[in-house]
Design a protein around this ligand. Structure first.
Ligand SMILES: NC(=O)c1ccc[n+]([C@@H]2O[C@H](COP(=O)([O-])OP(=O)(O)OC[C@H]3O[C@@H](n4cnc5c(N)ncnc54)[C@H](O)[C@@H]3O)[C@@H](O)[C@H]2O)c1
Length: 246
């Protein structure tokens, strides 16, 4: 489905980002993964992705750093020639009730989840517009749509990603570029592993399908949005949540 396409995935070394990179590689795309992780972890992830018979390179990058992400995008375009698919997946949490949340907790989450997404779009925007082709996929969250106690920073960042997605979709709609967001519910990754078993069981009770999703559930939708099967879909926010929020 993605033969000869070049996909850039932020936070691609593990979790949902890795599953998306691996799924796209299985479908023929060459992959650049950006992550904060150390070189050994990045290299290991890349080797697994490249074992699908595609090119994969790891770039150590903090997406919240405007200048650093600009340099990395330039390097990717030098190494791969262009970017066809951009997946803004890197994200963090610093959960606390607002009473206990510090300014640093708030800023850290907004800087990675929202500003990091803006940075990557900003630095690839010109080449997308010039190439008149592109698929931008931003990973939001159901809590950006429904709110969640203890996640003022995270839910605000993910709601911001929705506004950013629709704006970019409108700005680039006539240039052959689709920009959509995925809003996962509870997906089993390091992010959710940090929760106690009791908290996880409580969550399962609120999910109509009564189970936590897998990174592959999200990757399947990302593949569809990255492919030309979704060419008339833009500015959408699609949930992958087992019916949690409807
Ligand atoms: N797991 C869930 O239940 C869930 C639900 C909704 C949305 N999401 C979103 O999905 C995305 C992936 O989450 P995950 O569960 O796979 O998390 P994860 O913690 O397993 O993986 C996140 C990856 O992003 C990288 N990263 C973090 N900060 C970065 C930065 N500043 N620059 C570059 N890379 C950075 C991490 O090193 C890590 O490899 C996030 O945006 C998250 O908010 C997750």
């Amino acid at each position: 489905m993605l033969k000869n396409k070049i996909a850039v995935i932020t936070g691609g070394a593990r979790g949902i980002g890795f599953a998306i990179a691996d799924k796209m590689a299985k479908n023929g795309a060459d992959i650049a993964i950006l992550d904060l992780c150390d070189d050994a972890a990045g290299k290991e992830a890349c080797e697994k992705i490249a074992s699908n018979g595609v090119k994969c390179s790891f770039y150590r990058c903090n997406v919240s750093d405007f200048a650093q992400s600009e340099e990395v995008v330039k390097q990717i375009i030098t190494d791969f020639g262009r970017v066809d698919i951009l997946v803004n997946n890197a994200g963090i949490t610093r959960d606390k009730l607002t009473l206990a949340m510090t300014e640093a907790d708030y800023d850290a989450v907004l800087n990675v989840n929202l500003k990091g997404t803006f940075n990557m779009i900003k630095h690839t925007y010109r080449q997308f517009a010039k190439n008149k082709y592109g698929k931008i996929i931003n990973i939001s969250s159901v809590v950006g749509l429904m709110g969640n106690a203890g996640q003022a920073n995270y839910s605000a960042s993910k709601a911001g990603v929705v506004g950013l997605t629709k704006t970019i979709a409108k700005e680039l709609a006539t240039r052959g570029i689709n920009c959509n967001a995925i809003a996962p519910g509870f997906i089993g990754t390091h992010m959710t592993d940090e929760m106690t078993e009791a908290a996880q069981n409580e969550i399962k009770k609120s999910i109509p399908m009564a189970k936590i999703g897998t990174p592959e559930d999200v990757a399947n939708l990302a593949l569809f949005l990255a492919s030309d099967m979704s060419s008339y879909i833009t500015g959408e926010v699609i949930k992958v949540d087992g019916g949690l929020y409807m």
